[in-house]
Each structure stands twice: as structure tokens, then as C-alpha cells.
Design a protein around this ligand. Structure first.
Ligand code: ADP
Length: 334
């Protein structure tokens, strides 16, 4: 009985010699990786066991031969446990990282949802209140001269068109954010999509005195949803025309590189402020020049939709200033 007590004390003393510095080390490492912490834990366990064995051997409770065997077996099984434990810890750390990423993504989606709600309440309610006031004035006969009546009717119609297009954009964006986009990718000749978009934007470009041209050749075929690709190109073209002053130029080019197909829309808008560049693709972002909603102005959703659609295709979109203007570049898989 006394021997057992002595062995227990020796084992405890040996373990304490190892565990005191190990506990300190673990405390210092508590913000470091899980794998590192588990490895320290396993090494400390093996060392504590060895220290216990040595302490017991010192008290002559085991023979020199048994001690030799133990000194071989304990580190070896410790090494195996270390390898296995390190692998398990690495897997756990990876799962934890994925969970953290998912939480971060969820937080971002929630933040953009909050931005949208704030945006809807401000940007939809203000013009709606204006249209309501005009409709009431017409109803009550407050305005009666034919020119003002016609102007009110025109403003109500353009206002409702704008609201309808904003609601479409909102719907598209919420489908993208919810991951509910049912893409049906096919091989699409990018040149054809661009020439349709140029034809659609030509009247606006002509009205604003902007020269709109597209390269005639080198267009790649990309793998994309046709409707979504038209939307991407259309949004970029309309923005370029809207933000380029009269007498400016909008040029669309495309080609193929190692990544797949690419498309560039370059304009002479005068450049985007450096501080705004990282935010132009954010939901509801509108640059300084575009803060007041105009009749043909958007609601700051166009580029967020472009980015969402491009990323849903496994591609990427970017923007850079080019001397007197800016250039939007889209890369899509072939
Ligand atoms: P909207 O045009 O409806 O405001 P967008 O998401 O399409 O919203 O664009 C966000 C902002 O990025 C715009 O308000 C504008 O300041 C800037 N921007 C977008 N496209 C261009 C462009 N081609 N040239 C200059 N500025 C642009």
C-alpha cells in the first residue's frame, strides 16, 4: 500500500514538472491555431508520462531493463498519437474555419439586406410621395392649365417606369443574394450579345451625344446564361453612356486569355474618385455625382447585380481608372 502511494506521488511529481510550464505555454498559445494547441497538449502528455516513469525508476520501482523498454515504447506511441492527434486537430480547425467563413458570409448578407431595407425606405418612398402629390393635385383640380397637367402626367409615367425598373432590380438582386438564380449556361458568342446591347443603348447614346462603338472581331464564345449575360453587358453599357459627358466615347472590346473570355467597357467619364473605386459594386452605392436620383438614374443596384451575376458564372469583374475615364473588365469562363 505504501509503495502504491509512493508510485502515485512520484508519477504526480513527474507530471507536475511537465504540466506547469506546459499550462503556461498553452495559455500563451490560446489564440493561436487549434492544431498547435493540440500538438502541445499531446507532447506535454507524453513528456508527463515519461517524467512519471523516470521518477518511478528513480525510486527503484522498475528494473533498468524495464525502464529501457518503457523509454522506447512511450515516446514511440507518443509520436504516433502526435501524428494522429495533429491530423484530427487540423481537420477540426478546417471545419471550424468553414463555419467561421459561413458565419461571416451570413453576416455580410444580413448587412446588405439591412442596407437594402434602408435604401428602399428612402429611395422608393421619396419619389412615391412626389407622384402621390401630383396625382392628388390632378384629382382635386389644383392644376388645370393643360401644359402643367401634361407635365404632371409625364412625370407620373416616367416615375412609375423608374419604380418598376427598381423593383425588377430588387427582385434580381434578392434572387442572386438568396442563391436562387437558376443559371442555364450555354455557349454564347459574346460578340452577338454585345452588338444587341449596343443597339439597345444607341438611342440613349445618341440623345446624350456620346459615341458608342464596339470592336468588330476577336469576340470569344463564353459559357453563360444568355439572359444574365445580356443583363451584365447591358448594365455596363448603360452606365458608361449615362456617366460619360456629351462628346465622350464609350468603347467595348473583348477577347480571350488563359482564364477564358473577357469583355471591357471603357468610357471617358472623367474617372471615378479613388475612394469610391472599391465601393462601386456595393449594393445601393452611388458616387458623388449620382447621389440625386435623376429621371433616368438608377438606384445604385446595377453594378451589384453585375457583380452577383458574373460571380454566379464563376467569373470576376473589376474597375480601374484610365486617365480621362474608367474601364470595367469582366472575365468569364469559356
Ligand atoms: P446607379 O448607376 O444606379 O447609381 P450602379 O450600381 O450602376 O448604380 O453604379 C454605382 C455607382 O458607380 C454610380 O452611381 C456611379 O457613381 C458609378 N459608376 C458606375 N458606372 C460608371 C461608369 N461607367 N463611369 C463612371 N462612374 C460609374
Amino acid at each position: 500500500m505504501r509503495d502504491v502511494l509512493l508510485i502515485l506521488l512520484a508519477a504526480l511529481g513527474g507530471a507536475a514538472v511537465v504540466w506547469l510550464p506546459a499550462a503556461l505555454l498553452l495559455r500563451l498559445l490560446h489564440r493561436r491555431s487549434l492544431t498547435l494547441n493540440v500538438c502541445v497538449l499531446l507532447v506535454a502528455t507524453v513528456l508527463a508520462m515519461l517524467a512519471g516513469v523516470l521518477a518511478v525508476a528513480e525510486g527503484m520501482f522498475i528494473s533498468a531493463h524495464d525502464l529501457q523498454v518503457l523509454l522506447l515504447v512511450v515516446p514511440l506511441s507518443g509520436l504516433v498519437s502526435l501524428l494522429f492527434g495533429g491530423w484530427v486537430a487540423w481537420r477540426l480547425a478546417r471545419t471550424a474555419m468553414w463555419a467561421a467563413d459561413a458565419r461571416e458570409r451570413e453576416r455580410q448578407v444580413e448587412a446588405s439586406r439591412r442596407d437594402l431595407v434602408a435604401w428602399v425606405s428612402h429611395d422608393l418612398r421619396t419619389p412615391l410621395a412626389g407622384m402621390r402629390a401630383m396625382a392628388e393635385a390632378l384629382e382635386d383640380g389644383v392644376v388645370s392649365d393643360p401644359a402643367t397637367v401634361a407635365e404632371y402626367h409625364r412625370r407620373i409615367r416616367t416615375g412609375t417606369d423608374r419604380m418598376a425598373s427598381l423593383v425588377d432590380d430588387l427582385f434580381e438582386l434578392s434572387r442572386i443574394n438568396a442563391g436562387a438564380l437558376a443559371l442555364a449556361p450555354v455557349d454564347v458568342p459574346l460578340g452577338e450579345v454585345v452588338s444587341d446591347a449596343v443597339a439597345a443603348a444607341a438611342p440613349l447614346a445618341a440623345a446624350r451625344g456620346v459615341r458608342l462603338t464596339a470592336a468588330q472581331e476577336h469576340w470569344p464564345t463564353v459559357r453563360a446564361g444568355e439572359r444574365e449575360l445580356s443583363r451584365i453587358v447591358g448594365n455596363l453599357l448603360l452606365n458608361a453612356v449615362r456617366y460619360t459627358p456629351a462628346d465622350g466615347t464609350v468603347m467595348v472590346t473583348g477577347g480571350r486569355d488563359a482564364e477564358g473570355g473577357w469583355l471591357e467597357v471603357a468610357d471617358t467619364c472623367g474617372g471615378i474618385a479613388d475612394g469610391d473605386l472599391p465601393h462601386v459594386f456595393d449594393v445601393a452605392f452611388r458616387g458623388a455625382k449620382a447621389r440625386t436620383p435623376e429621371a433616368d438614374g438608377g438606384g445604385g443596384l446595377g453594378l451589384a447585380i453585375v457583380r452577383g451575376l458574373v460571380e454566379a458564372h464563376g467569373g470576376r469583374v473589376g474597375v480601374a481608372n484610365t486617365g480621362g475615364g474608367c474601364r470595367f473588365t469582366v472575365h468569364l469562363p469559356s
